[in-house]
Write a protein that binds this ligand. Structure first.
Ligand SMILES: Nc1ncnc2c1ncn2[C@@H]1O[C@H](COP(=O)(O)OP(=O)(O)OP(=O)(O)O)[C@@H](O)[C@H]1O
Ligand SMILES: [Mg+2]
Length: 154
């Protein structure tokens, strides 16, 4: 996908800020001799919903993979909330508030839908592993708002 092939649909919601929440600048990504991305740039403002559209193989998933740091572009950068995240470790990106879903959905079959969803919250829990593992004290209270708050309900 090149800069002039990128189609970004914008739907403004009432809350609009001028400072972009996400800045994608001049992304270049290559797999061997294949140029998957050649100079892709766009901004997303807070309160906006944008879609990337294009034919199969155009590079849509590659853009998302560069934003969530799954792929490392050889040129360009991604700025989130004013911070260049191009060097942030992949496992730290979710902590910043960037999340994605995948084309091929992979669920833990032995777990409920709710437990599958709750798995995505552990990166935001500030407690240590042991406390988190056994859902003690603060960890139990902070369990992403899914846990009943009153003593009688828990
Ligand atoms: N890990 C990879 N290794 C080699 N080539 C890759 C890799 N990931 C993507 N590509 C290639 O990069 C190009 C863009 O792929 P991408 O998956 O981003 O397209 P897409 O727009 O998401 O397509 P689709 O609509 O089919 O989901 C394709 O030619 C694809 O084969
Ligand atoms: Mg895709």
């Amino acid at each position: 996908m090149s800069a002039n092939e990128t189609h970004v649909e914008k739907h403004a919601k009432p809350e609009i800020s001028e400072q972009p929440l996400l800045q994608v600048e001049d992304l270049h990504l290559r797999f061997g001799g294949l140029n998957a991305l050649s100079g892709v740039s766009f901004n997303v403002k807070k309160g906006h919903i944008q879609a990337i559209i294009g034919p199969n193989g155009a590079g849509k998933t590659c853009i998302l993979n560069c934003i969530c740091r799954f792929y490392q572009p050889y040129r360009g950068r991604v700025v989130f909330e004013g911070k260049d995240i191009s060097k942030v470790a992949t496992h730290r990106v979710a902590e910043l508030g960037i999340a994605r879903s995948f084309q091929n959905i992979e669920l833990f079959k032995g777990m409920t839908v709710l437990d599958n969803i709750k798995l995505g919250h552990h990166v935001h829990m500030k407690t240590g592993f042991f406390i988190r593992r056994h859902l003690l004290g603060k960890a139990k209270r902070r369990r992403c708002g899914f846990a009943p708050r009153s003593k009688s309900a828990s």
